[in-house]
Design a protein around this ligand. Structure first.
Ligand code: GDP
Ligand code: MG
Length: 603
């Protein structure tokens, strides 16, 4: 096909605004899939995605569309996830496209990820087509929403197309709009090869399957390739395009999106963001890669059975191929043995990785309470040299007496909410040490509140609380801002007088006593009575701030039941409880696995 008849675009939107449903309609209208084969959200092919109704990975699919004038176009559609944790997936997808459909729910209006995604697309210089979806809903308020979109993008309100991804209304006009507004790919098929890896998956039979967008040059089946960043060389054994499955082709050339397979067994050789060129006649320089994403939340992930350590490592290796943002390094805990300190983008990301380890790899794991990454300034006595220590595991916090200052990550948070809930939201943010920045009305009913918040205060349950104090109407987006000094201390938990590394946490001094008391109490509930009396203490430095005692007795303590609404942290706790009630020997004391997450149930 001639590049002038190719359109590479993606659909971006806030979660639930209808991306996957629109993708279904496009697949149907273009005859890519027959009605018979169409399931809802066809592109969400991971089990986990179906169950949760959310898109986790970006998906690419190629469609053919013939206009009324009889011209046939090739569309490469890249579906993207909408949750804040997965912004990095969106930014990758955008790199492979010339245009983006920005979908907005006509009833909900602009939400936090509508804005952040629009900015991502603007940064990449994409042609943005704003589209109002769900106009079939009786509660849709298209005129108001169109006005706020005009405000956001400068697109005249009356020009904004109104569709229903559910009924198909307006979808044909949208296809025409994509053809007319999204520029065809530029690039020269005769230049040296430059293809950008925007995703890759691990296939146990074929090795690494690379998804790439060719910017310049032509790749033929059998060509010798070079991966510019990793300096690896492989032959392109199979090339293809992505229909609903893989479809082999002989050539991928400038403008095309497709997959490449080359017996690549080492997953680290195919890094997302890397450029593929030819071994002979290589390109001079690589395509600028993606912004490297940094994990924000860390947690210890340990196999329940120490024998599974190597299996856990290879599972994490494989997950990392799909997920450049996942980091891990080995750690040893006196309580939990060998495991990894794993870095995640956020709690949802962490939950998903845990579930995938369980489902796809059959691993039984224990996780410790998540924490952010701290920077600690240590001053040696009698020495002016001050060094910054990076701490992503509370048990590695320097000694209390050596610490000069502790810095924690702050984020800029945008919260969009109907005005009647402003009071609740402000109160929530103040409780979480938030600093008010400003507020701005998006339309007559919705307000964008800006706060600066410590990341540590929002990683656990902020999102759930935000939803509950706004009856589900608030949406949140945040981005890392800077490290700031805070009065933080390490709270050490001692069981039977022994500090337990996997239980220590870092908290603000103002909250330390309260958290210490509650945590000790919780642990008392979770730790079954032993044959002897077990003291549980919480301390800051040498100072004990709370003490409880598990009395000597044999009887089992019945587990507490949870009722009420299921928040994310509760789900985590329940998940943990589901697992076999294996005990960990800590000194002479048997500690159940769920005790390691006790702090999550401290309110
Ligand atoms: P995504 O998170 O952006 O991928 O959103 P989905 O495509 O999963 O859609 C979220 C929900 O909105 C689903 O229950 C869809 O059936 C529903 N939905 C999507 N588009 C429309 C529409 O045009 N009209 C109505 N009434 N519902 C829609
Ligand atoms: Mg979706």
């Amino acid at each position: 096909i001639d590049a002038s008849h190719i359109r590479n675009f993606c659909i971006i939107a806030h979660i639930d605004h209808g991306k996957s449903t629109l993708a279904d309609r496009l697949l149907e209208r273009t005859g890519t899939i027959s009605d018979r084969d169409l399931q809802e959200q066809t592109l969400d092919d991971m089990d986990l995605e179906r169950e949760r109704g959310i898109t986790i990975k970006s998906h690419a699919v190629r469609m053919q569309h013939t206009t009324d004038a009889g011209e046939t176009y090739t569309f490469n559609l890249i579906d993207t996830p909408g949750h804040v944790d997965f912004t990095y997936e969106v930014s990758r997808a955008l790199k492979a496209c010339e245009g983006a459909i920005l979908l907005v729910d006509a009833a909900q209006g602009i939400e936090a990820q509508t804005i952040s995604n629009a900015y991502l697309a603007l940064e990449q210089d994409l042609e943005i087509i704003p589209v109002m979806n769900k106009v079939d809903l009786p509660v849709a308020r298209p005129d108001q929403v169109a006005m706020s979109l005009e405000e956001l993008l400068g697109e005249p309100a009356e020009d904004i197309i109104k569709i229903s991804a559910k009924t198909g209304e307006g979808v044909d006009e949208l296809l025409d709009l994509v053809i007319n507004r999204v520029p065809p790919p530029t690039g020269d098929p005769d230049k040296p090869l430059k293809a950008l890896i925007f995703d890759s998956i691990y296939d146990s039979y074929r090795g690494s399957v690379v998804y790439a967008r060719v910017f310049d040059g032509t790749l033929n089946k059998g060509d010798a390739m070079r991966f510019m960043a990793t300096h690896q060389e492989y032959d392109a054994e199979e090339l293809g395009v992505l229909r609903l499955g893989r479809q082999k082709v002989d050539t991928l050339k400038a403008g095309d999106v497709g997959y490449i397979i080359g017996s690549i067994k080492d997953v680290s050789h195919t890094r997302v963001g890397d450029t593929i060129t030819h071994k002979h006649n290589p390109a001079n320089e690589a395509i600028p890669g993606f912004k490297k994403v940094k994990p924000m939340v860390f947690s210890g992930v340990h196999p329940s059975d120490t024998e599974d350590f190597e299996d856990l490592r290879s599972a994490l290796d494989k997950l990392q191929l799909n997920d450049a943002s996942l980091t891990f390094e080995p750690e040893t805990s006196t309580a939990l043995g060998f495991g990894f300190r794993v870095g995640f983008l956020g709690l949802l990301h962490m939950e998903i990785i845990q579930e995938r380890l369980d489902r796809e790899f059959g691993l039984d794991i224990i996780t410790t309470v998540p924490n952010v990454e701290y920077r600690v300034r240590v001053s040696e006595p009698g020495d002016d040299d001050q060094e910054l220590v990076i701490v992503n595991n509370p048990s590695e916090m320097p000694h209390y007496g050596d610490i000069d200052a502790v810095f924690e990550p702050f984020v800029k948070a945008d919260i969009i909410v109907p005005s009647e809930y402003i009071g609740n939201i402000m109160q929530l943010c103040e409780n979480r040490r938030g600093v008010y920045v400003n507020q701005r009305y998006l339309d007559t009913e919705r307000v964008n509140l800006q706060y600066e918040l410590p990341l540590a205060e929002i990683v656990f349950d902020f999102y759930d609380t935000l939803k509950s104090v706004s009856r589900g109407y608030a949406s949140l987006d945040y981005e890392f801002m800077e490290y700031r000094e805070s009065d933080l201390v390490k709270l050490t938990v001692l069981i039977d007088k022994d500090p337990v590394d996997a239980l220590s946490t870092i908290v603000h001094r103002d909250k330390a006593y309260e958290v210490g008391r509650k945590l000790a109490k919780k642990l008392k509930e979770k730790i079954p009575k032993q044959l002897f009396e077990v003291p549980i203490q919480a301390s800051i430095g040498r100072r004990v701030v709370a003490r409880e005692t598990v009395k000597a007795q044999r009887k089992d303590v019945t587990a507490k039941c949870y009722g009420g609404d299921i928040t994310r942290k509760r789900k985590l706790l329940e998940k943990q409880k589901e697992g076999k009630k294996r005990m960990k020997q800590v000194g002479d004391v048997e500690v159940p696995q769920e005790a390691f997450l006790a702090i999550l149930s401290v309110d």
